[in-house]
Design a protein around this ligand. Structure first.
Ligand code: ZN
Length: 248
């Protein structure tokens, strides 16, 4: 069983296609798990949702998904994100809208929990601090969870020591991790708008064939210029397409 774990696609179809292509190179992709923010920022929200729906997939909602369907106001978004959210809302098809309306905040499958932000605040919280990670782990009923939202690949590991701390690692491209007894929070990074200074799309590949699940962290180059041109043509804020070239 090979599962591609995707987060923050952000309506970037060239990035999504590159990731799907890459994941399929090593064998059949049996399912997609999607950690939210499929839309927002990018120029092809309907196309990205339609592509996801071609696969058996499990998905949760992100803040941009909720903004696009009016379930979340954009007051707390920065002005560029808010402008893109309004653009997305205007361009969303009825089919895409009802798909986004049906997304749950969390999902569970086997030993994994899926959520966009954190279990304490599924839509909004960025899992950056040890305090936030500990609060999330307290609510995590499964050994492992996948989160997104920060657009930065990260592995947070619950330490069983007296201090009850959390170990933090930034996985490198091609790094594979065997999941064992340690409780973990895994962030695959962002497909459509990476923010760790590497413009390549990020995703994780979960392999569940052996005794222990294996998670591989992957980076894939895609045609950034193609997405940028579409964003320009759509009249989306320049800041949003310029940042794609820098992975910021
Ligand atoms: Zn996002």
């Amino acid at each position: 069983m090979r599962i591609a774990v995707l987060s923050d696609i952000h309506a970037n179809l060239p990035a999504l296609e590159a990731v799907l292509d890459h994941a399929a190179r090593g064998g059949t992709v049996d399912a997609l798990w999607c950690l939210g923010d499929t839309v927002g920022y990018g120029p092809q929200p309907n196309e990205c949702i339609a592509r996801l729906r071609e696969f058996p997939h499990l998905a949760v909602a992100g803040n941009h998904d909720h903004a696009a369907i009016g379930r979340l106001g954009t007051e707390e978004f920065n002005p560029y994100a808010a402008e893109a959210a309004r653009w997305t809302a205007r361009h969303l098809s009825a089919k895409s809208r009802s798909y986004l309306e049906g997304l749950p905040l969390t999902a569970r499958e086997g030993p994994f929990t899926l959520v966009h932000g954190s279990l304490r605040d599924p839509i909004w919280e960025y899992l950056f601090s040890v305090e936030a990670a500990l609060a999330h782990l307290k609510l995590q009923a499964t050994p492992y969870s996948f989160v997104g939202h920060t657009h930065i690949p990260l592995v947070l590991e619950e330490r069983g020591d007296a201090e009850g701390g959390v170990g933090v690692r930034q996985p490198q491209d091609t790094q594979r991790l065997e999941l064992g007894a340690q409780r973990l929070i895994l962030n695959p990074g962002g497909v459509g708008q990476p923010r760790d200074g590497d413009p390549r799309a990020a995703y994780a590949l979960l392999e569940m064939d052996g005794d222990q699940p294996l998670v591989g962290f992957r980076r894939v180059a895609y045609d950034v210029g193609a997405t940028q041109r579409l964003m320009q043509q759509a009249g989306l804020p320049a800041v949003l397409w310029q940042r794609l070239a820098h992975g910021r």
